[in-house]
Write a protein that binds this ligand. Structure first.
Ligand SMILES: Cc1ncc(COP(=O)(O)O)c(C=O)c1O
Length: 429
């Protein structure tokens, strides 16, 4: 028996009103209609640790964590206290607050490629600055990129509104396929300013792949840039570059760095970072220091409390547990991703079966109060406990059994709303 749907009356009222006054109803990339329509909450009331409550007072154990910006848990008292202290003494001056230097010192210490850093507010700002620096340094125009790098013109995943000449300057390659990268670099000889990529999404790099990308980029005179928005402060304190021991020329960070406060970072070798002075990057809120204070508190806590080993332990438990349960129950599914960023994919050869399994599974766990994203990898936080893990596995087992039963009864997802696959789950863009 599937669980009864949760009530989202208040969420739906607010969403209906928002559609009149907010274009799209909500921030586009985070729209609830990219999940399973009607099965996920839309408006949050509050959060604590690994849990959030929606405006209809449903309580959820959250493995989405605002797409990875929450790494310690919601409302972490130490981070919030640091932010509040910054607010009380003033955080928006025509001058810079000293906490900027404190944060920069920490980042230079923990990020392998960072001899210097520069701060921004959004991830897209930082990746765009990285690409600008690469163009200045090399005097070249073309970009080779892989993964999601933000929404600015050079990396927007949708065509409308983007000048054709901007798109023509950006090329891609296949993950874990060095030949496909070399082919692009050869074709564009002497024109490519940088290769910018997420170090991984749900597929892990094969041994030598990231080092191979770096080598090829350099061989063809391009910079090698890692976009560590998600991997940074999750996979290791210094990001995937520390974990895989492949040090890029430049790297970008955000998300988990500040447990929810808005800040992003461009980090890199001194002579490259110095090129920023040849261009102009600015924003009204760049000196706003609340997030800088939050980031200092977050990084200190990540270090002192052994947070990252905890993310690995709990994430590994989730990956192992889900694989075992899928096999025991007899559902074609596979767990993927590194433990701090785990995910589950349904793998039956028949796309209708896959789609049905996914819709049934994610609907059932959501109805049981567990937020697992159906089309984006998940995140683990320090606030997730062994009990949260055990509870998630218990609910997942029941959801797998329901999948098995419904598939056995001939039920297919065409009779329910299909789960949209967003661009962020596609491996080649
Ligand atoms: C890997 C990666 N790069 C860049 C970005 C863009 O960051 P923002 O949405 O803050 O502009 C994101 C956002 O999710 C991301 O995951």
């Amino acid at each position: 028996m599937s669980s009864p749907p949760l009530s989202f009356t208040r969420s739906q009222e607010l969403f209906a009103r928002a559609q009149e006054i907010v274009a799209g109803g909500t921030t586009q990339g985070k729209a609830p209609n990219t999940l399973i329509p009607g099965e996920y909450p839309i408006y949050a009331a509050r959060g604590q640790g690994a849990h959030l409550w929606d405006v209809d007072n449903n309580r959820f154990l959250d493995w989405i964590l605002a797409y990875g910006i929450i790494v310690l848990g919601y409302c972490d008292p130490d981070v919030d206290a640091a932010a509040i202290q910054e607010i009380r003494q003033g955080f928006a001056f025509p001058l810079t607050r000293p906490v900027q230097n404190e944060l920069a010192e920490l980042l230079v210490e923990v990020i392998p490629c960072a001899e210097m850093v520069h701060f921004f507010k959004s991830g897209s700002d930082a990746t765009t600055a990285a690409v600008r620096v690469a163009r200045i340094i090399t005097g070249r125009q073309k970009i080779v990129r892989w993964g999601y790098n933000g929404w600015h013109d050079w990396c927007c995943i949708r065509e409308p509104g983007i000048p054709r000449h901007v798109r023509e300057d950006v090329l891609t390659f296949r993950y874990n396929d060095l030949d496909s990268l070399e082919e692009v670099l050869k074709q564009q000889r002497d024109q490519v300013a940088c290769v910018i990529m997420m170090p991984l999404e749900i597929e892990q790099p094969q041994p030598g792949f990231l080092a191979g990308v770096k080598e090829l980029a350099h061989q063809y005179g391009a910079l090698f840039i890692l976009d560590e928005m998600r991997s940074g402060f999750h996979v290791a304190l210094g990001g995937a570059q520390e974990y895989y021991q492949v040090i890029p020329d430049l790297a970008t960070f955000s998300k988990a760095i500040s447990n929810g406060y808005a800040i992003s970072v461009l980090a890199g070798r001194r002579e490259m970072m110095s090129a920023l002075s040849q261009t102009y990057v600015s924003s009204t809120f760049y000196t706003n220091s609340i997030a800088m204070a939050a980031a200092v508190a977050t990084i200190n806590k990540l270090r002192q409390e052994e947070v990252i080993p905890h993310l690995w332990r709990i994430g590994q438990g989730l990956l192992d547990g889900l694989s075992r349960l899928a096999e025991e129950v007899g559902v074609e599914a596979e767990t993927v991703g590194l433990p701090p960023m785990p995910f589950l994919v349904f793998t039956d050869a028949d796309p209708d079966v896959r789609e049905t399994a996914r819709a049934v599974f994610y609907t059932e766990v959501a109805r049981q109060g567990i937020l697992l994203h159906p089309n984006h990898h998940w995140f683990v936080s320090h606030a997730h406990t062994e009990q949260d893990l055990a509870h998630t596995l218990e609910v997942s087992e029941a959801a797998f059994r329901l999948v098995k039963k419904k598939l056995g009864q001939g039920y297919r997802a065409s009779s329910v709303s299909k789960v949209a696959v967003t661009a962020s789950t596609r491996l080649d863009r």
